[in-house]
Design a protein around this ligand. Structure first.
Ligand code: PRP
Ligand code: URA
Length: 213
């Protein structure tokens, strides 16, 4: 019996998203084309993440009449997980120009697959503030759970993980963590291989953007 609690999980279902993901999966896609596809897919993921975001209404004057306009009630804090999440920053912040930004640096240990944090730069108080964590890959979930714990320690209670590819193992880790989180992704893949890489996945999302470390 699966006793994992439910988690709000949305998977993009759109032919353009699927084509961009295919480009990212293809091992013959070079670094610039990979970064370009990631930027475009991020735009769709953030768009989907904001679908039910609360808005405030205000009067706006068109050249013809006064009407009711809207804007986001609470633009989220954007938190890219370095390195790979950096490639998602530009599109996310241009879609939500009022957003603030924080940073977390984590490198997964290649042998143990455990997250090794090396940097954090986050606002002290995140109470009542929606947070969007940007990381293309959710594999074991270790890096994401660590990141969300940092956010919750600062009072965050509304965290959205925006990922390109997620493994079921990572989804399960988030869902069973008890953390206040939802997930928006372009694909939930088959699983992890013996090196904890996502299958079929797209390889190492950091290396494919920036070259090997
Ligand atoms: C990748 C990816 C995630 C993490 C996912 O980063 O961007 O942060 O692995 O794996 P997990 O779910 O098993 O923790 P990586 O550690 O390779 O660093 P990089 O972004 O600097 O390349
Ligand atoms: N990190 C990546 O970049 N890719 C994977 O498949 C797993 C972890």
């Amino acid at each position: 019996m699966n006793t994992t609690p439910d988690m709000d999980t949305r998977v993009l279902d759109h032919p353009l998203a699927s084509a961009l993901l295919t480009q990212m999966r293809d091992q013959s896609t070079d670094n610039p084309a990979f970064r370009s596809a990631l930027r475009q897919l991020t735009q769709m993921l953030v768009y989907e993440a904001l679908r039910d975001a609360p808005v405030v209404e205000f009067d706006v004057t068109t050249p013809v009449a006064v009407t009711t306009g809207t804007r986001l009630k609470s633009p989220p804090l954007l938190v890219p997980v370095l390195r790979a999440g950096l490639g998602m920053v530009e599109k996310a912040s241009s879609l939500i120009p009022q957003s603030r930004m924080g940073f977390v640096g984590i490198a997964r240990d290649e042998k143990t697959h455990q997250p090794v944090p090396y940097m954090e730069s986050l606002p002290d108080d995140l109470a009542g503030y929606p947070v969007y964590v940007l990381d293309p890959m959710l594999a074991t979930g270790g890096s994401m759970v660590h990141t969300i714990e940092l956010l919750v320690q600062r009072g965050a209670d509304d965290v959205t993980c925006i990922c390109v590819v997620a493994a079921p193992e990572g989804v399960q880790a988030l869902a069973s963590s008890g953390l206040p989180v939802r997930l928006v992704a372009a694909s939930i893949d088959e699983g992890l291989n013996e090196n904890a890489y996502i299958v079929p996945g797209l390889g190492d999302a950091g290396d494919r953007q920036f070259g090997p470390r």
